[in-house]
Write a protein that binds this ligand. Structure first.
Ligand code: SF4
Length: 556
């Protein structure tokens, strides 16, 4: 890999005429253009000390002296590089989220993310995750929409022991959060799917081994999200970089590359670079794109620091040219566009693998599971002759390698522990982010609302037979992908029936990802005037569903 270190251009303002200084356009803090001085507090924290170094301080100081001993810059900055965020203090309503100081919003417990690249878990890893949940996290263990496991109620005192246990089975929290390469999404059926021509897992493993925890990429302008899959079973278009399987007519199976996706504010879908990359070159191309982001990404404003803004400003041709010339030192082969399915694949249900065995995909409700449930799952998985579980970016889980004659027994056993392989459309299609229960940025409750919504709709519209996606988000940050759901819900305060502000949602309708050519992948229409109180959400969704059923065309 040839990642250039881009020499800093001399920009000493004291040696230039005053006239030039006053006319100089404001820089975006791009390192490659010589802007090495931090332009905001986040950049300052990263420059003062590499955030990866905080692990040693946690183990040698903070874990012994407790929460009160933690340096605020470590607490609210560098801890994230090890998957740790302070947790929202219970009882603070969404109206106060924006007005309180960080220390007033947080309590002394942490949220901890375990990165599970590609969502792949062995039985031994599942058991360790379950044990940690029960011993150190008050039985919490949410499946996130990025295939992570997220704990709550973690104490800094317990972190050395938690790391020891995770690392004993090959799991880690390294760069699970922070301005660095986050967990890599991967197909939950990589290596077993009947219609997969090439298993990308070796590329994911190599990137993790080479670059996660590597200080050359531990100070990026902001987070960097990756998806690598043969099938269209991840929300690839919302990632900073995505590799999607494509069969080249001359060169065979390889990957089509997309860059610059991201939701949150100013959402953008990733764009195709138009190249074909063989499996062995995926890590180098990935590192080249991360290098561009590190060197040219915007570091002045946090809300303009994602790769999507650079891609939008440069355009895809220039981006490819810089990647090839300055970072890879060679041109990439042009490649065809991949075939896209009519709708994203979530793998729920019973499906045959390439080797004749089966995998079973099951749905918790809005990704919420407990450590106790995961321990029961491990027993069920083992009893059915499997050693492998996968998490999906739709907050579901899969059991692989089930002998055909055991699938129905497995479906029943999963149901008995609250995991449903034949869920209603509502349970299958509803996701929720962390929300006000634990997230310091939240304005509204999400998980409990999601559970209530699914229960009410299952009661009222039990036989609803269409695929539907409902994404519930606690604030505009869109962690549960507000803009790309059939019904996307953005948490905010709205005016209630008695004129007072109450929890509610702005509604986005008709978004979608991974759509077949001829259909349009895109964002839901944000209907500014369309809002619902959280209280009225079930009735609101029910009305929408009934209207859809009444108006849909034959076969829709
Ligand atoms: Fe928190 Fe907002 Fe993200 Fe939900 S969308 S997890 S409330 S930051």
């Amino acid at each position: 890999m040839a990642v250039s270190s881009m020499p800093a251009r001399s920009e000493d303002p004291t040696t230039r005429p005053a006239r030039a200084v006053t006319r100089r356009p404001r820089g975006e803090g791009q390192w490659a253009l010589g802007h090495r001085e931090p332009l905001n507090p986040n950049e300052r924290i990263k420059k003062d000390d590499d955030p990866l170094n905080v692990r040693a301080r946690i183990e040698t100081i903070y874990a012994h002296r407790g929460f009160a001993s933690i340096d605020p810059q470590d607490l609210r900055g560098r801890f994230r590089w090890w998957g740790l965020y302070t947790q929202r203090r219970a009882g603070i309503d969404g109206g106060r989220t924006a007005v309180l100081e960080p220390h007033e919003l947080e309590d002394e417990f942490f949220m901890l993310r375990v990165r599970i690249d590609g969502g792949q878990l062995s039985l031994a890893q599942l058991r360790v995750i379950a044990d940690i949940s029960r011993e150190f996290a008050r039985d919490t263990a949410d499946i996130t929409d990025r295939q992570n496991i997220q704990y709550h109620w973690i104490r800094v005192e317990d972190m050395p022991e938690i790391w020891r246990r995770l690392e004993s089975v090959g799991l880690q929290t390294t760069e699970a959060c922070g301005d660095c390469p986050r967990i890599m999404l991967g197909s939950p059926v990589a290596g077993v799917a009947r219609d997969e021509l090439l298993d990308p897992t070796p590329a994911i493993d190599e990137i993790v081994a080479r670059y996660v925890g590597d200080k050359q990429f531990s100070n990026l302008p902001r987070k960097f999200k990756t998806s690598i899959s043969w099938l269209v079973d991840t929300p690839y278009e919302s990632n900073d970089i995505a590799f999607l399987g494509v069969d080249h007519p001359e060169h065979g199976p390889g990957f089509d590359v997309w860059v610059g996706g991201g939701l949150s504010t100013n959402p953008m879908l990733a764009q195709r670079l138009g190249v074909w990359v063989p499996l062995a070159e995926v890590p180098d191309v990935w590192a080249g794109v991360v290098g561009i982001f590190r060197d040219y990404g915007y570091r002045r404003l946090r809300n303009r620091a994602r790769l999507k803004f650079l891609v939008a400003d440069w355009g895809i041709e220039r981006f490819r040219e810089v990647l090839e010339k300055d970072y890879l030192g060679r041109t990439l082969l042009d490649g065809p566009a991949p075939d896209l399915p009519a709708k994203p694949i979530d793998h729920v249900g019973v499906h045959e693998q390439a080797d004749g065995r089966h995998y079973v995909g099951a749905a918790p409700v809005v990704g919420r599971v407990s450590g106790g449930q995961l321990a029961q799952l491990a027993d069920v998985v083992e009893a059915h002759g499997s050693d492998r579980v996968r998490l999906t970016p739709y907050q579901k889980l899969l059991v692989l390698d089930v002998p055909s004659e055991r699938t129905e027994s497995l479906v029943d056993a999963l149901r008995a522990i609250g995991l449903e392989a034949r869920p209603s459309a509502w349970r299958r299609g509803t996701m929720a982010c962390t929300g006000i229960e634990y997230c310091k940025l939240a304005i509204v409750e999400t998980k409990a609302r999601g559970e209530e919504l699914v229960a009410r709709l299952e009661q009222r519209l039990r036989d609803f037979d269409a695929d539907i996606s409902i994404h519930i988000n606690g604030c505009p940050n869109a962690c549960a992908r507000t803009q790309v759901a059939d019904i996307g819900l953005k948490g905010q305060l709205v005016v209630g029936p008695d004129g007072r502000q109450v929890e509610g949602f702005q509604v986005h309708l008709g978004g979608g990802l991974g759509m077949a050519q001829g259909q349009t992948a895109g964002f839901g229409r944000k209907l500014r005037g369309l809002k619902t109180t959280a209280e009225e959400l079930p009735e609101y969704v029910e009305r929408l569903a009934l209207r859809y059923l009444a108006g849909r065309s034959e076969g829709e």
